[in-house]
Write a new protein. Structure first.
Lengths: 603, 405
């Protein structure tokens, strides 16, 4: 550990003396500067998110107007996958699979944790850069490569992976079972393998940086909650992603080397396989051992960002700082012992199921603590409703709305009839598709001045927020009712209800049309963001050094980026980051590097 | 056509919106003297009001959806167990809906009320242990209630069935379901996937089916002898990949053949009887008020037996037997009346992604009252596995088992 810290130090000197020698390639492409790498993650993730959003619109059109010809579909998918503008069944599954994969891993893991951990960890801790700039660069380029492979898989002749984002074998192991389990699945597995390497390198780097490179005075209990969230997220990633890798590797072996880890007693496409003794449940255990912490890998950074945004813009200290840290740690720990709640009806031992019911419902306690602490932070505040603040408040709202349905799904007896219906889809989209994405948008609006030295347009930010909030609630709120009525997810259409239970089918179709219209509305709203984002990078008004009157260290760095972050000595920290509106102070904020006044007590 | 029109309108509106926004942006950038980081009181108040307005819209939207769709699609639970879980679901819903309204109200109301006002400073309030204790303990108590009630129900649902429960197997493959009734003895015959032949799709285990599977493996259309003949034919030369594929297929089949031979050697003929009287159906007919012990089996990939109306679900996993139980409580006729739809049918759906036609994988389920069910069962008496697939005269071994029976 000591040697790592030392290396970081040596690097500082390097930066100070030679930064003028940077050329285009070392500055913009193979950059080892954490700020640039953060921006690279953000750009890549925004692009991937855009692709995944278009995919979702494609299959939403099929769900709202099943079997009707659509120019939009034939434009994007061509005759091969949308003959006469009608989506092929196989491609429907391909679209939902890749949509889920990109959103969960590439947008919300790479984009959220990758962008903001990179940007904020050194800046808020008072470090010159990450512990290892080179590994950091490697982490991005692995991410880039895996994104590329995932996109390529959309264009192979047999189609992309089609087994759902969870790629349960045997479906994902047998090309005879579905066409996407051929080359498409191979590419999926390779892409994810590289992605996991990227995530692992990145997470190790974040952990080492947080432990070793805090500036003088920055004790663990003076760290902003963003850093706590990134730190715990990185630990979750290090402990859980390798398990996904092992799951994927065993699947690769079953596919390519004829092993039987997941395969047993199968006849597919008229062919009797000799594989015996494998268990598809093994895969599910391994997958969800990552899969559940993954939810918190996605959510914790968003909660961390929103804590910072809410405290700053409420002009109030975050309520219950230590309780917030405690709940982050509790959520992080519990997230490792709840994975079985995805498997209540898989044939897993029912006793094991009851254990998972217990642990899962426990998570509601730290989550409730977080919500109430946010509410109390807003109480008697002096709220400045910047777009970032609106998104952070939206996050709290969706965290509640998505969280409470989790209480129902965690109850195994109730999960039986709701498992794999749209109720589940609605639940996790409100948590991940709204809460986590809102956290990300809030982060972009709040730290844009730090990233690009310019301001985003605020009015466009408001427009974007309102369209997104209304659109996304419009999509995912009615979806609960589609699920309660018993609509299974990953269904190409609901003729099964139309034939046997027509009233239910009518209701599902009614709501699906509403949902799709809201989805298109919300998707178009994202154009406002894209425009604002790219326009402001080049033409936005110049940002002041500390636009939001914030306490954390990143706002003490100059607007123009320098290698090493601070031109002179590193700042020294004297207080926690939440001294907003402290009685007796002249201003309503006291940055962390301001020494305690005479007679002043730390919070 | 209608579809195209909608897309066209959406695209046009989107383009107009963007053009307008660009103009707004450029004009506002010129007009505004203050920086983009300063939120005016006007914007602040506007957004605070919008937040409150949104809350009201959200709540009204929720109540409307609940009233219009909350119960229509779901309908009445059609099983004893389903009634129990629906009761619990409603209770949980009451709890979480109260939380939803309460916390969302506080959130949006605080946003509205405490928006910045000139001259008013925020209240410095970093923590309060008593408050934090309250909102740790209260949720914990509520959750304890939820957990205890939930686990009680769960334990009932997964407990072993009564002795009188009728045993049925649901056999799943891409993309249909088959039901197998245990027959007179209420014991499902054993099976082994290697016994699958055209005549024995469910791979039931009897002395006859072992013989015919072995025969099929050796002399079938793609049997061992044909592959050997192909490979040994000196007149044909295969390219590398074809010959590798053939050799792989041969070695796989030889392995399966050895296992079948072993099975034959170890076979206990007494087991035959339990398979012979099984009844195989492509519609699931159930009896109202009768408890069912259902075993599930998958031939190719994971499927999931989803009885939406009975609130029952369990995955069917290749290589791993799974089970579920439920007791239908409403006949199809009763449900038709309650739904006011004479065409209504219970369906068994597949609810685990299983391939392109996943959404079409279903089986009609008919629930009859006791008298009608008994009559139906009686009519099936001469349609057992044995009657249908190995009629007695052609099966000498079968005669043996009939005697032991």
């Amino acid at each position: 550990m000591a040697s790592v810290a030392h290396e970081g130090h040596g690097h500082d000197h390097h930066g100070e003396h030679h930064h003028h020698e940077e050329n285009f390639i070392s500055k913009y492409i193979f950059s080892q500067d954490h700020k640039m790498i953060g921006k690279q993650f953000l750009m890549t993730a925004v692009f991937m998110g855009l692709v995944a959003m278009i995919l979702s619109i494609l299959f939403r059109i099929q769900l709202a107007w099943p079997g009707e010809s659509s120019d939009f579909l034939s434009f994007f998918l061509g005759e091969r996958w949308a003959q006469n503008g009608v989506l092929k069944e196989d491609m429907y599954l391909g679209l939902v699979t890749i949509h889920g994969t990109i959103m969960v891993f590439f947008l919300l893991t790479g984009g959220l944790s990758g962008t903001f951990s990179n940007l904020l960890i050194p800046l808020q801790l008072g470090a010159r850069d990450m512990a290892s700039g080179f590994l950091n660069m490697l982490s991005y380029w692995f991410f880039f490569l895996s994104s590329l492979l995932m996109l390529v898989s959309l264009f192979v002749e047999s189609g992309p992976a089609m087994a759902g984002w969870t790629i349960y074998p045997p479906l994902s192991a047998l090309p005879q079972a579905v066409s996407g389990s051929g080359l498409g699945m191979t590419l999926w597995l390779f892409s994810m393998t590289i992605f996991i390497a990227s995530s692992l390198i990145g997470s190790l780097n974040y952990i080492v940086t947080v432990i070793n490179l805090r500036t003088q005075g920055m004790s663990m209990t003076r760290m902003p909650l963003t850093i706590w969230a990134f730190f715990v997220t990185a630990i979750l990633g290090v402990l859980s992603f390798p398990v996904l890798l092992s799951a994927a590797l065993l699947l690769v072996m079953d596919r390519l080397a004829g092993t039987s880890f997941y395969l047993s007693d199968i006849i597919v496409g008229g062919e009797m396989l000799a594989n015996h003794g494998g268990s598809p449940l093994l895969y599910q255990h391994l997958f969800w051992f990552l899969g559940h912490p993954e939810v918190y890998i996605v959510l914790l950074p968003a909660l961390g960002l929103s804590s910072e945004i809410i405290a700053t813009n409420a002009r109030k200290p975050i309520f219950g700082y230590k309780a917030m840290i405690g709940s982050i740690l509790a959520i992080g720990f519990l997230s490792f012992i709840v994975w079985g709640h995805h498997m209540f009806v898989t044939g897993m031992n029912p006793f094991l199921g009851s254990v998972f019911v217990f642990t899962t419902l426990l998570i509601a306690i730290p989550s409730a603590v977080k919500v109430f602490n946010y509410l109390t932070t807003l109480w008697k505040g002096s709220l400045v409703l910047t777009p970032a603040m609106l998104f952070a408040i939206g996050l709290v709202s969706t965290f509640i709305t998505g969280g409470v349905t989790g209480i129902i799904l965690a109850d195994s007896a109730l999960d039986i009839a709701l498992h794999d219906t749209y109720f589940v889809v609605a639940h996790f989209h409100i948590v991940m598709g709204m809460s986590a994405v809102f956290g990300m948008f809030g982060g972009v609006y709040h730290w844009f001045p730090k990233m690009f030295g310019r301001m985003m347009n605020m009015r466009l930010g408001y427009a974007h927020f309102w369209v997104t909030l209304i659109g996304a609630y419009g999509v995912f709120f009615p979806m609960h009712f589609v699920g309660l009525a018993g609509a299974p997810r990953r269904y190409y259409d609901y003729t099964v209800y139309a034939e046997n239970d027509s009233a239910t089918a009518d209701m599902m179709l009614d709501l699906n049309v509403v949902i799709t219209i809201f989805a298109i509305f919300a998707a178009l709203g994202q154009l406002i963001f894209l425009f604002n984002f790219f326009y402001s990078i080049f033409r936005g008004p110049k940002a002041p050094q500390n636009p939001w009157d914030s306490n954390t260290l990143e706002w003490t760095t100059p607007v123009e980026h320098v290698h090493g972050n601070w031109p002179g000595a590193l700042p020294v920290v004297h207080r926690w980051p939440y001294d907003y509106s402290k009685p007796g102070a002249d201003t309503d904020f006291i940055p962390q590097d301001v020494p305690l006044a005479e007679g002043e007590e730390e919070h | 056509m209608e579809n195209k029109l909608i897309i066209l309108i959406v695209i046009i509106l989107g383009a107009i919106a963007i053009a307008q926004l660009v103009r707004v942006y450029e004009i506002s950038a010129k007009l505004r003297k203050n920086g983009e980081h300063e939120v005016t009181n006007r914007d602040n108040r506007l957004n605070a009001r919008l937040m409150l307005g949104f809350m009201i819209a959200l709540f009204i939207g929720f109540i409307y959806l609940m009233a219009a769709y909350g119960w229509t699609g779901r309908g009445e639970a059609a099983s004893v167990e389903g009634k129990e879980t629906d009761w619990l679901l409603n209770l949980n819903f009451v709890i979480v809906i109260l939380i939803f309204f309460f916390t969302n109200f506080l959130l949006f109301f605080f946003t509205f009320k405490y928006v910045r006002k000139p001259g008013v400073k925020a209240f410095y309030y970093p923590h309060n242990n008593k408050l934090e204790m309250i909102w740790t303990v209260v949720p914990a108590i509520v959750l304890a209630v939820i957990i205890i009630l939930g686990l009680q129900t769960w334990n009932d649902l997964v407990a072993p069935t009564d002795k009188e429960a009728i045993r049925i197997e649901l056999f799943s493959k891409q993309f249909d379901w088959t039901a197998r009734y245990a027959g007179q003895d209420n014991t499902l015959g054993k099976y082994d996937y290697k016994l699958t032949t055209d005549k024995n799709e469910l791979a039931l285990l009897t002395s006859n089916t072992i013989d015919s599977a072995i025969n099929n493996m050796l002399n079938g259309i793609n049997g061992i002898s044909r592959i050997q003949k192909l490979l040994n034919n000196r007149d044909t030369i295969f390219n590398d990949s074809t010959s590798t594929a053939l050799r792989t297929e041969l070695s796989r089949k030889e392995r399966l053949y050895r296992l079948l031979a072993q099975m034959k050697a170890n076979h206990n003929k007494k087991l035959d009887a339990s398979a012979w009287d099984d009844i195989i159906e492509d519609t699931l007919v159930l009896c109202k008020g009768q408890q069912y012990e259902i075993s599930l089996r998958a031939k190719d990939v994971i499927h999931s037996a989803f009885f939406m109306h009975m609130r029952a679900q369990m995955n069917a996993v290749p290589g791993m037997p799974t089970r579920m139980k439920f007791t239908p409580s409403l006949t199809t006729e009763e449900m038709r009346k309650s739904k006011n739809n004479p065409a209504f049918n219970y369906t068994l759906m597949c609810n685990k992604i299983c391939g392109g036609a996943h959404y079409k994988m279903k089986m009609i389920v008919i629930v009859k009252d006791k008298a009608a069910y008994d009559a139906w069962m009686k009519s099936k008496k001469k349609e057992t596995f044995k009657d249908k697939y190995f009629p007695a005269p052609a099966a000498p071994v079968a005669a043996d088992t009939t005697m032991t029976n």
